[in-house]
Design a binder for this molecule. Structure first.
Ligand SMILES: Cc1cc2nc3c(=O)[nH]c(=O)nc-3n(C[C@H](O)[C@H](O)[C@H](O)COP(=O)(O)O)c2cc1C
Length: 189
């Protein structure tokens, strides 16, 4: 059976722009015969990494919160989608807190994300990737994926402000759908 694609939603707006694009991406995954699970990070208890390094020898994070439910899903996922609004010129704190906690996953398994396809969704209010600060998130994700030896399968990003704007942008929605289809195909190989 094809492995699951886990979609991390980093916006506090459950019906916002990045969530709408993430849902469209998920539909693309399903229509291509894959499976996807969305996780709304804002509703979860995810403490920031406290840098205690207890995970260094064990690979196990000692912080008892909702990351403990996410760790096995991330480990077993065939692909990962990161969906976030741009807040203050980069991706959201909700997503950053979650990603910081991947530190423990990587301690005893350097290959935890190796070769896995990633999809990135970014939404911002300003007019383009540069003025919005979206470019900072792009650079961060590129560095991260290089380090993890993961593959960025595709990007979906655009200027959309209010909830409902993304749904009106047919081109953006189609890009998200197509990325979902490509991810599903990659994961099934
Ligand atoms: C706290 C906050 C900070 C923001 N910072 C930026 C920013 O730095 N650059 C930008 O272009 N838009 C910024 N925005 C606008 C959002 O990125 C934009 O509305 C986006 O579409 C929201 O996506 P969402 O509906 O998925 O939450 C900010 C919005 C908020 C609430």
């Amino acid at each position: 059976m094809a492995k699951n694609i886990i979609i991390l939603k980093g916006s506090p707006r459950p019906m916002g722009n990045s969530a709408a694009l993430a849902d469209r991406l998920a539909q693309g995954v399903l229509d291509a015969g894959g499976s996807a699970e969305s996780v709304y990070l804002n509703g979860m208890q995810i403490q920031p990494c406290d840098g205690c390094d207890a995970c260094v020898p064990s690979g196990v994070c000692i912080l008892e919160d909702d990351m403990q439910k996410l760790y096995p899903k991330l480990r077993e996922a065939g692909g990962v989608v990161l969906a976030s609004p741009i807040y203050w010129f980069t991706f959201s704190a909700q997503l950053k807190a979650c990603i910081d906690r991947w530190y423990s996953l990587w301690q005893t398994d350097r290959d935890v994300f190796k070769g896995k396809p990633f999809g990135i969704i970014l939404t911002y209010g300003d007019s383009d990737l540069y003025t919005s600060g979206g470019i900072n998130a792009v650079h961060t994700f590129e560095s991260m994926m290089r380090f993890l030896e993961a593959n960025i399968e595709g990007w979906v990003y655009g200027s959309v402000s209010n909830p409902g704007d993304a749904q009106k942008d047919e081109k953006l929605m189609e890009q998200a759908y197509q990325l979902g289809q490509r991810l599903a195909r990659k994961v099934s190989k």
